[in-house]
Design a protein around this ligand. Structure first.
Ligand code: ADP
Ligand code: ZN
Length: 736
């Protein structure tokens, strides 16, 4: 059998073409070269070692730190008909040694293994007798001591290259920063490896940052308005907040589950599993959650607290939208975050050198929050990548922020800090500025300072915004004794004296709100959209059942992107189905009929819209002509006096499909209703009456007519009757 990468991509994975560097990487590894691959989450790293493992003789050894996910990864491979397995500590001894044995005999294409097991002498010597295709080191940044995810076992992996000199080694990571990149190369002994680095832009993720104002309510509204039925992650800084938020969201009707390192292991595991296997779980978590989660259909990542660095932010938000479908990175941010993170940082007992780095990272994060230009440009430029144009898919692009001359406000705010002794927090300072009367202010005598009441022109929120931006810009500092007092810094003077101009960001009153309205309007939609939505739901249900039967996550059966293509293109038979992205031979055999059945049943009830795009995009061989032709073929057979049942048998199509074709032909004026259906005038008239009577309730719908006639006539027949009415002008033309 010819085994070109292209062919494997199509027949096994069901994809039409490679993305980005995939093909180059695959060719390089197939020919025996080493590679270091940097690609963002969702970029398609897995194919880069899976395809070469299938082409090169021997087994591909995949090193991954994520034992909990191996089972799902292997299930996904098996669904594609690939001989994959995993070997890790969850297996009993017998089973593990059985698999090792099969491996040695070359019975697998891919073996997933944890690094600590791989690097035992026993296993390494077993590998000496195993035909090896390659080593793939996934999550290679785990080798970096500076990252969050450092795994000591990874350090040992350098021995692989020394011991198995001739076996290609490919290291992969989604961590963007150059120092980590270099560390991977050094520590894994991959100095000679070819380096591939993709753009880290994630165009399908929409970045938004809101001013914090009761974050729980804000997130609730965000979920209700935009993600009422989706998988997502809500990140909070503390365990306590994780639990409180999960409870709050559950009380408000969401399937929200907590996840943090303090929960019992079995609870963590159950919650993670439910997140993977069900389609509408919201995980509320600390950053302990998410490493390596390869669930492709996470539709949003919400931060209720600001991360400490842009690296963290990028990584956490990156868990959204692996499947390339539109997804949200949403965050609330306020002065309290700034104060808290500054305090944590300054108060920690890390070395000054480390603190300096962290300070720098926090500043970059704050700058990102306060930016008045495109967030994506800001984010990418932090990772040394330039995006030429503003992205059009972040809050600052969608609702440009205004700036205002903040010189006077800054002076007032800063002199209030000075006059009150540089030890009070934001709330107190705002009260003084606004001339509030309270016992505390009087106790300190601050109703007599010159800044008392000079800020009545702004409300509380505006002053908080001013302070937040001053702290973010380093013009005020947070003291570290734990009370969150603000004090002046070395940079303050110039602004206080009016020597340095200062521009503030005008916080949008409620970011996201206007856009939501637009989105909601879009939802109350055209009939075609309703039709599509219904099919989408039916497909999801079927997928869920199939997944349940095999105890795998639904995305292992089909990704959302595959279902979404099915809804768009409405394949009518196996030949068409195979052109849908994500459906290779194995899945076609396993699930093709189940999917076609769902479509068939749906079309019978809802009808198939007229404006289905052609499959031409998927294959140059196919074009609109062929889709249209299918009606012509039916019509021709019909004109040769075949009954619908006979045509269905000859064409190996369901009879309801044939009726749909005939209805189209009726609407096009090619034939008459009475030629197709064999009714008396009275009977025909009674069906038409049902359409007319029910038309005011749900115009042209088949379902109510079907019901009112007590399911006596099947949908195909009703469709033909309706087509006849349309031709006569009894209805405005719609799709049949
Ligand atoms: P990563 O490991 O880089 O996060 P994956 O390997 O999981 O990404 O791939 C992300 C998604 O993109 C998966 O759903 C995968 O099946 C899909 N994908 C990868 N390569 C292609 C391709 N060439 N064409 C279509 N889909 C692809
Ligand atoms: Zn933008």
């Amino acid at each position: 059998m010819e085994t070109s990468p292209q062919r494997i991509l199509r027949t096994i994975f069901g994809y039409e073409s490679f993305r980005g560097d995939q093909e180059a990487i695959i060719e390089h590894v197939v020919s025996g070269g080493d590679a270091v691959v940097l690609m963002p989450t969702g970029g398609g790293k897995s194919l880069c070692y899976q395809v070469p493992s299938l082409i090169r003789p021997g087994v591909g050894i995949v090193v991954s730190p994520l034992i909990a996910l191996m089972q799902d990864q292997v299930s996904a491979m098996q669904q594609l008909g690939i001989r994959a397995t995993f070997i890790n500590s969850t297996l009993v001894w017998d089973e593990a040694s059985k698999r090792e044995d099969l491996m040695r005999r070359g019975q697998y294409d891919l073996v997933y293994i944890a690094p600590e097991r791989l690097m035992t002498e026993r296993f390494l010597s077993c590998l000496e007798y195993t035909p090896l295709a390659l080593f793939a080191i996934d999550e290679a940044h785990c080798v970096s001591q500076w990252g969050h995810d450092f795994r000591p076992e990874y350090i040992q992996l350098s021995a692989l290259k020394q011991r198995f000199t001739n076996i290609p080694c490919i290291a992969l990571t989604a961590t963007a920063d150059p120092p980590t990149h270099q560390e991977i190369i050094n520590r894994l002994g991959l100095g000679q490896a070819e380096r591939y680095s993709a753009s880290f832009n994630r165009p399908n993720i929409r970045y938004r940052i809101l001013q914090k104002n009761n974050p729980r309510k804000q997130v609730l509204r965000f979920l209700r308005e935009e993600h009422s039925d989706a998988s997502g992650i809500v990140y909070c800084l503390s365990r306590k907040k994780v639990e409180a938020t999960a409870t709050f969201l559950s009380e408000n009707g969401f399937s929200a589950l907590p996840y943090h390192a303090g929960l019992p292991a079995n609870m963590r595991q159950t919650n993670q599993e439910r997140f993977l296997k069900e389609s509408n779980i919201v995980i509320v978590a600390t950053i302990a959650f998410g490493m390596g989660i390869d669930k492709p259909d996470v539709r949003f990542v919400a931060h209720l607290d600001m991360p400490k660095s842009l690296e963290g932010y990028y990584q956490e938000t990156g868990r959204a939208g692996r499947d390339g479908l539109p997804s949200d990175a949403w965050m609330t941010y306020g002065i309290a975050d700034v104060v808290l993170l500054r305090q944590l940082l300054e108060g920690s007992n890390a070395e000054e050198r480390i603190k300096r780095i962290e300070r720098h990272k926090l500043e970059a994060m704050l700058g990102f929050c306060e930016t008045t230009t495109c967030r994506r440009q800001a984010l990418l430029s932090y990772f040394a990548e330039q995006l030429a144009e503003p992205c059009g898919n972040c809050d600052t692009c969608l609702e440009p922020v205004d700036t205002w001359d903040g010189a006077v406000a800054a002076q007032k705010a800063m002199s209030c800090v000075y006059r009150t002794g540089q030890r009070f927090g934001v709330n107190y300072l705002v009260d003084v500025l606004r001339g509030k009367q309270n016992a505390r202010i009087e106790q300190f005598g601050h109703h007599r300072v010159s800044t008392y009441g000079i800020g009545k022109d702004f409300d509380e929120t505006q002053w908080k915004s001013v302070y937040r931006q001053l702290v973010a810009a380093g013009l005020l500092a947070v003291d570290i004794d734990g009370h969150g007092g603000l004090k002046l810094t070395g940079k303050s003077r110039a602004v206080l004296k009016g020597e340095q101009p200062i521009l503030f960001r005008k916080d949008p009153v409620q970011t996201g709100r206007t856009k939501n309205k637009v989105q909601l309007q879009k939802k109350s939609s055209r009939p075609e959209d309703e039709n599509g939505k219904a099919l989408w739901e039916s497909l999801r249900l079927r997928r869920y059942d199939l997944a349940q039967e095999q105890n795998v996550p639904p995305y292992v059966i089909f990704h959302d992107s595959t279902l979404s293509e099915i809804v768009t293109y409405r394949p009518g038979n196996i030949e068409e189905l195979q052109f849908i992205s994500g459906i290779g031979e194995s899945k076609l055999n396993r699930y093709g009929n189940a999917i076609l059945e769902v479509i068939e049943k749906h079309d019978a009830e809802w009808g198939c819209p007229n404006d289905i795009p052609t499959l031409a995009a998927l294959s140059p061989k196919r074009g609109k002509k062929e889709v249209v032709d299918t009606v012509a073929v039916t019509l021709e057979l019909f004109k040769k006096r075949n009954t619908p049942a006979q045509i269905a048998a000859v064409r190996e199509l369901k009879s309801s499909t044939i009726y749909t074709h005939l209805a189209k032909a009726i609407e096009a004026g090619e034939i008459e209703t009475t030629e197709v259906v064999d009714f008396s005038d009275i009977e025909l008239r009674s069906i038409e009456c049902a359409f007319e009577i029910l038309d005011s309730e749900s115009p042209m719908s088949l379902r109510p007519v079907f019901d009112v006639l007590e399911e006596k006539y099947d949908y195909g027949i009703l469709r033909c009757v309706r087509a006849g009415m349309i031709v006569r002008g009894d209805f405005p033309a719609i799709s049949v």
